[in-house]
Design a protein around this ligand. Structure first.
Ligand code: AMP
Ligand code: ZN
Length: 138
């Protein structure tokens, strides 16, 4: 499905130009227009899904398989030391484009890129209970 008013659907189809690294019938990989670091890329399925809550598992599997290839390609070209894979779902989680996309963000010592959070505290029993409760929905 393609969503008419969706910018990433248009990029997927090639209607809006992008700095494309790779494309096939299912996916397009292109450089982020406002990169966190040099080589910051996005992988999108060409079929519209708002976010991970809508993405089908088969597409997700293929997409992450492609991510392994793209990650190595970016690493080879940029010489990055590491990489963050980031994927935001929902405005509350920082999603600004409502078409599923996976960020590949090359990382280097001292680059100042920030994708971290403050570690929380847990209590073992509560964690076990929560895991059990979530398991019912899997
Ligand atoms: P998110 O905040 O996870 O929804 O990320 C959306 C990303 O899409 C941001 O990093 C934007 O810089 C990027 N972006 C938005 N429009 C374009 C575009 N036309 N071409 C490339 N990247 C884009
Ligand atoms: Zn879309």
């Amino acid at each position: 499905m393609i969503k008419d008013d969706c910018i990433f659907c248009k990029i997927g189809k090639g209607e809006i130009p992008s700095a494309t690294i790779y494309e096939n019938s299912d996916f397009r990989v292109f450089l982020d227009v406002a990169p966190a670091n040099r080589g910051h890329a996005l992988i999108i399925p060409k079929d519209h899904a708002d976010n991970i809550f809508q993405l089908d598992g088969e597409t997700a599997g293929k997409l992450f398989s492609l991510a392994t290839v793209v990650a190595r390609a970016i690493k080879e070209e940029t010489g990055c030391e590491g990489m963050n894979i980031v994927q935001n779902n929902g405005a509350v989680a920082g999603q600004t484009v409502n078409h599923f996309h996976l960020h590949l963000i090359p990382r280097n010592e001292g680059d100042g890129v920030n994708v971290t959070w403050k570690p929380g505290e847990t209590e073992n029993n509560a964690q076990q209970e929560l895991a059990k409760a979530i398991r019912k929905h899997v």
